[in-house]
Design a protein around this ligand. Sequence first.
Ligand code: ADP
Ligand code: ZN
Length: 733
Amino acid sequence: MGIDAPETSADVREQLLAVLDRVWGYREFRPLQERAMAAVLSRRDSLVILPTGGGKSICFQAPALLREGVALVVSPLISLMRDQVAQLRQNGIEAGSLHSGQPQEERAEVARSLRAGRLRLLYVSPERLALEDIESLLLGAPLSFIAIDEAHCISMWGHDFRPEYRQLARLRELHPGTDLHAYTATATPRVADDIVQQLSLRAPELLRGSFDRPNLYYSAKPRKDGYDRLLEVVRRHTRESGIVYCIGRKEVEKIADRLRADGYSAAPYHAGLDAETRRRNQDDFIADRVSIIVGTTAFGMGINKPDVRFVVHLSMPKSLENYQQEAGRAGRDGLPAECLMLYSFGDVFTWERMSAEAPRELQRAARAQLDLIHDWCGITSCRRTALLRHFSERYPLANCGACDNCTGGNPALPDSVEIAQMVLSCMVRLKQHATAATVVDVLAGSKSPAITEAGHDQLSTFGLLKKRPRTAVADWLAQLLDKGLAAAGEDGVLAPTEAGWEVLRKRAPVMLIDRLGASTVAPKVAASDELSPGEQAVFEALRALRSSIAKEKRVAPFMVFGDVTLRELARQRPGSPAEFRACKGVGDKKAAELAQPFLAAIRASRARADAESGAPPPPPPSAPAPKKPGGEVAALRRRAFDCLAKGWGVEEIAADMERAPSTIAGYLVEHFEEEGLTDATPYVPAELAARIEAAAIGSEDGRLAPIHEALGGAASYLQIRLVLGCARRRSGG
Ligand code: ADP
Ligand code: ZN
């Protein structure tokens, strides 16, 4: 990344890149990794905040290989330690771990390696660290630095406070001369401050990455036919791994049983299962013996499986932090993955019931969190933008292209205006009784005692929407709140706002979306990256080979090679050991060990393909053609484009087509892409287009915000995207 460059000397950079290549087979840094590693090399304390999948572990692992002595890594869970040690060993790095409940011979082996000066990293649990002093742990081997993984566990404000982490506050005192480095994926400033305080970090290098996960597709729908929705997602991911979250244990068992009865490979996980069963189910999932884990929120901490391709929430989590954490377990490897949440307003009450025993103050805070996430469910604008905003980050694009609201995955509700008026007028009539639940009950024609005893069944709006699903009615109400057409007062009573009254008086148009009508949408982020059928066949063959090697080595398949590497091998089809070594994720050790079986498998699948097609296969295209979308979407894109060609602005097109401007922008970009257009000037003034291209040269990392800023806002984001897209296609990219 360009922004990293000035911070480290060319020398350090070269050294680090050489290690990354030799050990891991990576040729470039992820954002902020270079600076994080440089901080360790310069012995300056650091706090590194990167999202899940951001690549934190390598930030201390790589410099550990360049510094003298053994690096001590504190990690909260045995499973996490084991995984990291196993992965390091696969890459030829000597690492070990010490924790309670470890067999004597394992400890003795670690001690031997330490004495022989072979170990580069020693993982310890905080309990172990509290029991012994570090010198005796290290058995005289010199300490290089101390890394604290999952550092938020030290903070009460984090979502995963661990009392045993509190002991780490003594590290600074005990080792005044040793630099400390903390790593976490928890984004709140309060937690970050707390970590710095508790560990007494000295003028630490603070590195906070973007929390955007561009490879995740977000969507949320009111829960109706929840199991069918889940199946839609599961079917898109045959033989791939996924996590399904439920609120309660009973539901976990029910869904896992149902999936199994329907022929899918699934296992349950919740605190009610005995430890042995939990461990077995988790291990089976990690080793790809089970595809789907159905779990409560108890599942996930300590899972660093990189190839989880979907996360489905069958109920709403209790906060956006939890959602970010849980959904974030998808796609750590950076490949496309999808996150679907099914929600109902009832989930708010379910969570409230579960915290009914907690002190008042906590209950109020919990309710505020629930309201925030429920609001997020109801929005009709970009989900990514709203999620990032919650973490105080500004998302630069108007359309992220990877959430249900941005991809136009939900059609407009044909009778939007009438429905909006019914909901708003129901509020007006209910006066001080207009809570969200009552408004929905009245419109749905509920005969519950609460409604009839209050006489609400006498209102003219009673039962007006009784033919529509309740979840849909609740969602339309949420959309009206999101659009600012209604708002809740201090006491939670809803009323139309000034803008809402305009709708009631029929002076203002309004457009609601129908989230229940449409199926869940297959994420489009995948399209440009899809393997051709031939490549897919090679991929499957390599996947099978990976499984058998993993079994033999008794490690998880992803520790042999990640999907990123298998895909690259399937695309490149290396023919020689050197070509094999050049693939992403193939370091020296794996190249030496695995070239032979993998090259043989690639040759064999190539021969099979030749035999089947009767001709040698064409060389793999450098850029696969994007997939043609289905007819309906294509027609919408065409229509948006025709309007643009007529000289309409995006706002006008959006109003005409009853879609959000951001959706229209997405359509236009996609249309240009599909038609392979290389000249934007009929639609963007030539002079402006030239300025955009010039500004882009100075901003090599592909971000649009700097270009937008450089031009002082003269070009819209859409204009920038169109111009740069055309330029890229012109240059054959
Ligand atoms: P985190 O701990 O931040 O969630 P990990 O350390 O598990 O993330 O890294 C996530 C994935 O990204 C791993 O599969 C890792 O090997 C990979 N990765 C890390 N750094 C790089 C890099 N520079 N290039 C390519 N892949 C990387
Ligand atoms: Zn979006």
